[in-house]
Design a protein around this ligand. Sequence first.
Ligand code: FAD
Length: 542
Amino acid sequence: MTAPSDRAPTATLFNYSYSVKQPDKPTSIPPAIRKIVIVGGGSAGWMTAMILANALIRHGIEISVLESPMVGIIGVGEGSTPWLRGFFDSLGIEESEWMPECNATYKCGITFDEWSTKPGFESYFHPFASMLDNLTMTQFVHNSQARVNGADVCAHPNRFFIASYLAHNNLAPKPERTFPFDVWYGYHFDSVLLGQYLHKKALQRGVKYTKCHVTGVQLNERGEIASVSIQDGEPVTADIFVDCTGFAGILIQKALGTPFVSFSNNLFNDAAIAMPTPIGDDIPSQTISTALKHGWRWKIPLTSRYGNGYVYSSAFCSADDAEHELREGLGALDSDTPARHLKMKIGRVTKHWNKNCLAVGLAQGFIEPLEATALLFIQRTATTFVEFLEAGDLSEAAHERFNQRVNDHFEGTRDYIVTHYKTNTRRDTEYWRANAANTNLSDSLRQLYGLWMSGKGIAADVGRQAIGKGYPVFSWYCIMSGMGIFPDPKDLRPAAPPDNRYSMEEIDNLLQRSTLNFRSQRDVLMNIPQKVQERSLQIYFW
Ligand SMILES: Cc1cc2nc3c(=O)[nH]c(=O)nc-3n(C[C@H](O)[C@H](O)[C@H](O)COP(=O)(O)OP(=O)(O)OC[C@H]3O[C@@H](n4cnc5c(N)ncnc54)[C@H](O)[C@@H]3O)c2cc1C
């Protein structure tokens, strides 16, 4: 096999390193910023509090959280991307500490079942990458290109990635120390417990907390937020306010009137039902997303139970019918376990940082949870804000650059999620037919589909466009190949050199042998290893 450095062209898509040490870098935080008030104590409020506290309390800035005793948190959201590992690493919090407290498990990626009806592509796995993938990525991209250009070679993503082998064998993505490759992974967790855990840690790290209901917002003559009034107390002032009030968006949307861009013309789902079921001895290391009649169902393994839910479009299905279909699929028609019904507002605000208000979490926007990206938006928004604050530039131009960055991330992610629906081949309900027929696509997405179908390759385009700000090239190859977006099998020519230059047997052997370095998820969770410090993960995808 070819080593990554022998390939041409080669580009690093992820270059991720982590360290528990906080480098003491010089900052130019404007002296006028002395107090930041976060309104809302859901995952967004507490993650933001931790990120701000970590960077700013040592500079004498006060961080406070106000949380209503009357409005609960949304209390769903149990899957993450690998970036959550960076969140805990940057805070110096060990998995052995937080994971048991949150009933957390390791996640290698997501299996998509029954989204495509194409023979051989009824199921595919979207993996989180690992360093080992440097050895198989070229082969995967080569085969995908060869197949889209008409050669009958294997291009199913499940066959090329170690994460897929781990997930299908319920193995945790934590290799033995002797295994020379790091593996990227995400987590599943109980979102209520995660909120409680972060709340506790934030208080330990100096964040102030007041349980109070915000009843009003006062603006100054420049249209900035001067204070928020609370029930049974004096108005609360701050230099910066962070809106973490969930879908209500009390500060950013209601008080400042920041426009909201709905994504409902290309993401139809606007409702969800959540319901737990028991888990057995095996604890899987993947989320399963199964397409249903009017949406999809998630199945997320925690140490204590499965979290399940049905994300659907209320324009195509009633809440009762959706609950019936979910219960039927779970074998829980006679179960007394209540199901929670939720509404979702899909889209984003135009400005996530508007005047002296930053919006984080559902208040800034939400893309449905198909790829579990919401906590990543929270993390990125808060860390990028710290970056801007540390650079000392709070000018209008800085606001614009910041908002552009966050908006690009939203749009790129939206387009990736839309692709699951647009490329579906189910024709069993009006919902799936409408999704396939939907022509409300961004220009970047149209261009990407055109390039794919032309067989010219999409890597350079993904790198250039905002689309690449959501998902890296290999994820785009995974979804297009995994959904079977190839010529009809009867039109494929028999594989011959150079199309079949890579041996699938060799790849299978490499990945099979590699799994011997991993143990079952249950075993690993019983004794979570300490982190290997100061390691760097470099992934080459092209
Ligand atoms: C069906 C579904 C599935 C999801 N799955 C995932 C997933 O797998 N992965 C993922 O990353 N994300 C997922 N999410 C998103 C995730 O749940 C949220 O992004 C995350 O929980 C953050 O929510 P939040 O803190 O913004 O809002 P909330 O949890 O709604 O918190 C809002 C906070 O604001 C406070 N508040 C509201 N009004 C006031 C007031 N007047 N005064 C004071 N305080 C107030 C409330 O008390 C509460 O503390 C999912 C969402 C849905 C709907």
